[in-house]
Ligand binder design. Sequence first.
Ligand code: T5A
Length: 210
Amino acid sequence: MFITFEGIEGCGKTTQLEMLRDHLEWKGRQCVVVREPGGTELGERIRNILLVMEDEAEGIEPWAELFLYSASRAQLVKNIIRPALEEEKVVLCDRFTDSTITYQGHGRGLDIDAIRTINSYSTFGITPDVTILLDCPVETGLKRAWLRIENSEGSPEDRFERETLKFHVRVRNGYLELAQKEPRRIRIVDGTREISVIHEEICDIIDKVI
Ligand code: T5A
């Protein structure tokens, strides 16, 4: 089973993904947890380029950005996700192809059909069985993300946390549009509530699907 977590910055994906992993392991399921970009040696090096690009003046051209995310994904799917699914493990992935559609498509304005085509190659055709979309207002998510940065001893904000509010609103709306088109796969979960309440709802969704 392949489960992905999606949403804007600070919506609580990582927190909820780890809690779901604990819940599934407690139920006797073998889980593999990965994140995008990253999850392999190559992917982590690409993550570093994408999120902590040092030369601000040069920036990253949006198409270059898209191909870097796709390169990281191809490596992750081939080396980790596909083998784990073949061994019938549950794969929990922090962001996947929906992030590329919303960030590079809705956010940056790249052609969404082209992104879908590239996604189909970089995933070798693998699609999530369920996607948990943690939805919250952009202001709430960014506030949490900034708070986390402040509390983690000088860890710098990434390139996306420096983007404008308008950019993040486009990304959030992009997610909601995707969920409307694929309501069976993408489950919208209200991310503004207490962590434990959200966790209960997610367990309920996943237990039913399993
Ligand atoms: N990206 C990624 C693309 O542009 N294209 C792509 O194709 C892909 C795959 C990844 C960046 O790359 C972009 C999108 C991203 O900008 P990242 O560092 O992995 O960068 O960033 P995020 O995935 O956005 O991770 P964040 O840590 O910012 O957000 P999370 O994982 O949603 O939030 P989480 O769980 O870490 O929580 C953040 C803080 O909020 C608290 C937590 O304790 C934590 O301190 N929190 C809550 N507080 C109150 N109530 C709740 N319900 C809370 N839930 C969590």
